[in-house]
Write a protein that binds this ligand. Structure first.
Ligand SMILES: [Zn+2]
Length: 49
């Protein structure tokens, strides 16, 4: 699965960009799923960006 950090949604590996917003998708890491992966908004809130 790949993940859109903007929408907080996961999509099939066949997608390179988010069908929703057009942002580049990143692969989900081990142990991550769309429920616990960080979105851009959450990373900004945590001061990671
Ligand atoms: Zn998106």
């Amino acid at each position: 699965m790949k993940f859109c950090e903007y929408c907080g949604k996961a999509f099939d590996d066949e997608y390179d960009t988010c069908p929703n917003c057009g942002a580049k998708l990143r692969p989900l890491q081990d142990g991550e799923d769309e429920e616990n992966a960080l979105t851009i908004t959450e990373m900004m809130a945590l001061g990671l960006l």
